[in-house]
Design a protein around this ligand. Structure first.
Ligand SMILES: [Zn+2]
Length: 191
């Protein structure tokens, strides 16, 4: 398909498609099927048509010009090796902390209502993934600024920094099911 498509054709497809479709998101994988980033459908189409990527899963919407019709990509894979991207840490995001912790207080297991700094900020604790947990108000208030080693509040599991791609996917309105296979340790946001 792709070699027969002229640049003009590419632009006619991209121009003809509804802006809402083009701004949808597609998951971009590297050669080894690992998630690289989340890109716009517009960028995904350009990667496909220039043969830099192949389609693994198509979405339901389609884009078309007079000559060709293309299903909007949902998961695409780069055809060539890229230098291993510098793995950035995901920015700390309250919603994503709740998703990581299942919206449950990490001390008592009841429904979480706030974020707790395990090592209190007033005593030098950092605002980072490994030091924040979802927490209920009563545990949060009772724990106060006690240091973990002096506290009767014990964590159910050690807080960790999720993969940036898992956070980005979780913060979307809903992850397409076809993305699930590629995202290790996905975070589930509760509605
Ligand atoms: Zn609690």
């Amino acid at each position: 398909m792709a070699r027969l498509v002229s640049n003009l054709e590419v632009w006619s497809i991209v121009k003809a498609a509804a802006p809402s479709v083009l701004s949808e998101r597609a998951l971009l994988l590297d050669v080894g099927y690992r998630p690289l980033s989340i890109v716009s459908v517009r960028r995904a189409i350009l990667l496909l048509i220039s043969e830099k990527a192949e389609m693994l899963h198509a979405g339901e919407d389609s884009v078309r010009s007079e000559r060709i019709k293309l299903n909007a990509p949902s998961v695409i894979r780069l055809r060539y090796q890229v230098a291993a991207p510098y793995r950035r840490r995901a920015p700390l995001h309250r919603k994503a902390v709740f998703a990581r912790d299942g919206s449950l207080c990490q001390y008592c297991g009841r429904r979480a209502e706030c974020i707790d700094h395990v090592h209190p900020r007033s005593k030098g604790g950092q605002h980072e993934w490994e030091n924040v947990v979802a927490c209920c108000r009563s545990c949060n208030a009772a724990k106060g600024d006690t240091l973990p080693e002096n506290s009767k509040f014990k964590l159910k599991s050690a807080p960790y920094a999720p993969e940036p791609i898992a956070v980005a996917a979780a913060l979307r309105r809903g992850i397409p099911t076809e993305w699930d296979a590629y995202i290790v340790n996905p975070l589930q946001l509760s509605a």
